[in-house]
Design a protein around this ligand. Structure first.
Ligand code: NAD
Length: 354
């Protein structure tokens, strides 16, 4: 039976970058004789405009039925009134919670052809290969919120089970890598972090004694990601720290537009999306970098459909296109040829068909 992939383009540059990822999936399907059933749904601002809801019931059904979901991005100035009852970003939080995708996995690798696109010096970012794992369905983003005229609060809460399952993903993935896990917390001030740290010590002693576990405070981690990024292998952390550190880490790779992500549940079903947002400043201009979304489609094939060879072919094709000097504007260099979003997709598809 064909795998069912839910496709949620969303807002801003979301539909532009999703179009290119769909062309890549189509090229892979033709070459490998596989069949993917792609079914589109609404989310975010586009869904609010059409249905009044950021995460409509039809989309919920699709997300729960699908083997995997590929998402563009949500949000934009049109829907950013803080007093609005429905907000696009809430639709995304609801989607993640409905799918139960608690482990957000983001590979950050630097490519020699993009060293010049990073704001950091090439010798700092050479051979960086970090797997960041962020807890995605707990913590302060999901805690009780209170607000009166002069005071507001957001509750940060984690259970042992929530901490253990995301740390286990980090342990399993570190086994196939260099075997080093950095658990990032703020255990010098936060009670949730102190629980996190003790759960990590117990779990790794019990289930992953062969791995090297270290703890790092989030402020130090923010610094070391820039001063010695090569030393990180697997970095695992809670929701808000991960949100911030992954944006920081994206600059090692040159641009937000380059990086993919996978959000996984217990059974390997997943939500796949580039790490960037809807980029309203460049939406509709045909200049968005589709690489992060194309690489997210590759992660989808690997983690949810078990198609490792096809995933690797897409990653190699993107790599070769970048090596050839073709770049969207966000990663352009003096020596590169500038490509539009569609031209970048053309080039990746051409490599796959070659
Ligand atoms: P953003 O990621 O959309 O953009 C930040 C900067 O990076 C912008 O200058 C943008 O032009 C650039 N950029 C991002 N993706 C790019 C790409 N593929 N190619 C080239 N340049 C790219 O973040 P923001 O501006 O803070 O947020 C814009 C909207 O997106 C907001 O409504 C925000 O809530 C939403 N958002 C959504 C998600 C998501 O859907 N997962 C994530 C972050 C932000």
């Amino acid at each position: 039976m064909a795998a069912l992939i839910g496709v949620l383009p969303g807002d801003g540059i979301g539909p532009e970058v999703i179009d290119q990822a769909l062309r890549v999936l189509d090229a892979i399907a033709r070459r490998s004789g596989r069949h993917f059933e792609l079914r589109q749904g609404l989310i975010g601002g586009a869904a609010i405009d059409a249905t009044g809801k950021a995460f409509p019931e039809d989309t919920r059904r699709l997300a729960l039925e699908a083997d995997a979901v590929l998402l563009g991005a949500v949000g934009g100035p049109k829907w950013s009134d803080p007093a609005a009852r429905e907000r696009p970003e809430q639709g995304l939080l609801d989607l993640r919670a409905a799918m139960g995708v608690y482990a957000n996995v983001r590979p950050v690798r630097t490519h020699p052809s993009l060293y010049d696109a990073s704001p950091l010096r090439p010798e700092r970012i050479r051979d960086v290969d970090i797997l960041v794992i962020r807890e995605l369905t707990g913590g302060i983003y999901f805690g009780a919120k209170q607000r009166d005229a002069d005071r507001a609060s957001d509750l940060c809460s984690y259970s042992r089970a929530e901490i253990e399952r995301v740390l286990r993903v980090a342990g399993v993935m570190a086994r196939g890598r260099r075997g080093r896990v950095t658990s990032v917390d703020k255990a010098n001030v936060l009670e949730t972090s102190r629980l996190w740290r003790s759960v990590a010590n117990e779990l790794f002693a019990r289930e992953f004694p062969e791995l090297q576990l270290e703890h790092m405070l989030v402020d130090a981690a923010a610094m070391h990601l820039l001063s010695r990024p090569r030393e990180f292998d697997v970095l695992v952390t809670e929701n808000m720290f991960g949100d911030i550190l992954t944006d920081e880490a994206s600059m090692l790779a040159g641009s937000m537009g380059m990086l993919p992500s996978a959000s996984l549940d217990e059974k390997g079903r997943g939500l796949y999306e580039p790490i960037h947002g809807s980029a309203p400043d460049i939406a509709g201009r045909g200049i968005a970098n589709p690489c992060g979304t194309i690489l997210s489609a590759a992660m989808l094939l690997r983690h949810s459909l078990g198609l490792e060879a096809e995933a690797a072919r897409i990653e190699n094709a993107v790599h070769e296109v970048l090596e050839s000097g073709l770049r969207t504007r966000d990663i352009a260099a003096a020596s590169s040829r500038e490509a539009t979003t569609v031209q970048m997709g053309d080039a990746v598809v051409a490599r796959l068909n070659a």
